[in-house]
Design a protein around this ligand. Structure first.
Ligand SMILES: Nc1ncnc2c1ncn2[C@@H]1O[C@H](COP(=O)(O)OP(=O)(O)O)[C@@H](O)[C@H]1O
Ligand SMILES: CSC[C@H]1O[C@H](OP(=O)(O)O)[C@H](O)[C@@H]1O
Length: 399
């Protein structure tokens, strides 16, 4: 079947043709539930049997902007192949892929509708005690075993080729490492914080750090990244965590993924200005978010370190001092990328509901300024950072 975006009816017809999923006479229901910036997502269910699947289809353009922003369909291949690798390295932490259809740029995968999108869960003020353990395991396993530390180095070079993802990387390069620091037409700036946004464009100390982080994003093929690991790409319950949507996957600096998780916890921290109304409740939730930031880094560090001790394939990397140097640089990158990811969600094209959905303009502006202050401080700190506690201290000072 040649490429065309499916309608809900066509999605049902396609699902009927899948082997061993639905009974031939099943009365299937279809709903397009995509709420992301780029793709169609169909939820197909058979109420009689309780069976359901997700069919995600790439559009030939960025949905958030429209047909004027063409975008490669190859991102569907990247996403399905990344999910399969991630499942092999971090079982239980991603949806299972049943099928990938290259013609239709379509991935059929496990339905995770019994989970909620973490961004929504955090906005509602829910706590997820197992999250740090799960996400640190996901990141430690996927990053270590796709890097030169944990896999055959010739195979790794071939895998770098498999995940060449120029168009999606260009989105990141522009939206995260360029637009927020210039007067770009892509930017989306709340009227009340125009002066704060303008200050970014003249801050040379800040822009130097962004240029260095951007250079690393452009040139360092350290590991296979998820590439867009924000809380809208994480499904969660109190018991379970599932990472979805790795269409931005490519070989890049590990800190970009870890920084994305931390940035999105801190964006919610800033956004709490508009959600939890009583001060004690808000302080308690913010303390939970900061504890989670610390836990994510510390559990990642411990798990990655344990993999290093047990599975290192690179002999020279055993040299005393190298691991410590590597982990310190990884923390510094994490902090720098976390900062960049916060700033882009305030002044760049695509915002986050944690802040964007605050209805009162003044309250939203306060949350935006908190996020900008934390983000820019993290960017300026990155190469000097020694400990994750410095991140917590910066965040605490802003509220
Ligand atoms: N495996 C899944 N199970 C249930 N719902 C899903 C699944 N994958 C995606 N969704 C739903 O579709 C939405 C958009 O999916 P996402 O992969 O983030 O798309 P995009 O790439 O367009 O951002 C998610 O927020 C979620 O509501
Ligand atoms: C023009 S794409 C903007 C933005 O959207 C992506 O997120 P998602 O696919 O999860 O909606 C990604 O973060 C891009 O930077």
């Amino acid at each position: 079947m040649s490429y065309h975006p499916l309608t809900e009816e066509q999605a049902i017809a396609y699902a009927r043709g899948l082997e061993n999923v639905f009974a031939a006479n099943a009365e299937l229901q279809s709903r397009e539930i995509g709420d992301g910036n780029l793709n169609l997502v169909f939820h197909i269910s058979d109420p009689a049997s309780g069976k359901s699947i997700i069919m995600k289809q790439a559009l030939p353009y960025a949905k958030v902007v429209g047909e004027s922003w063409p975008l490669t369909l190859d991102r569907a291949r990247i996403e399905s192949e990344a999910l399969i690798i991630e499942e092999s390295l971090a079982p239980g932490l991603v949806p299972h892929v049943y099928k990938y259809d290259a013609e239709l740029a379509l991935t059929v995968m496990e339905d995770l509708s019994d989970h909620v999108i973490m961004r929504r869960g955090l906005i509602e003020g829910n706590k997820y005690p197992l999250f740090a353990g799960h996400i640190s395991e996901f990141m430690a396993n996927t990053l270590f075993f796709t890097s030169d530390l944990g896999m055959n180095q010739q195979q790794k070079k071939l895998r770098v080729g498999q995940f060449i993802n120029p168009e999606l990387c260009k989105i990141t390069e522009d939206l995260i490492f360029d637009d927020p620091y210039t007067d770009s037409p892509n930017n989306n700036i709340h009227e009340l914080i125009r002066a704060d946004a303008a200050a970014l464009t003249t801050d040379t100390e800040l822009k130097l750090e962004v240029a260095l982080l951007r250079e690393k994003f452009l040139t360092q093929g350290q590991a296979l990244l998820h590439g867009d690991l924000h809380t809208g790409s994480i499904f969660i319950t109190t018991e379970s965590t599932k990472v979805i949507d790795p269409e931005f996957a490519y070989y890049g600096p590990m800190g970009f993924d870890i920084g994305a998780v931390i940035a999105n916890l801190l964006l919610n921290y800033a956004g709490q200005e508009g959600w939890i109304k009583d001060e004690a409740g808000r302080a308690d939730y913010r303390a939970y978010l900061l504890d989670t930031v610390k836990d994510v880094w510390e559990q990642f560090e411990a798990k990655f370190g344990a993999l290093w001790d047990q599975h290192l394939v690179d002999r020279i990397a055993h040299t005393p001092g190298y691991k410590e140097s590597y982990m310190k640089r990884l923390l510094q990158d994490t902090i720098g990328y976390a900062g960049c990811k916060m700033v882009r969600r305030i002044v760049g094209l695509a915002h986050v509901a944690d802040i964007e959905k605050i209805s009162d303009g003044e309250t939203r502006a306060r949350a935006e300024r908190i996020a900008l202050a934390i983000g820019t401080s993290l960017i300026k700190l990155n190469r000097k950072a020694e400990s994750i506690d410095e991140v917590l201290a910066i965040a605490s000072r802003q509220v």
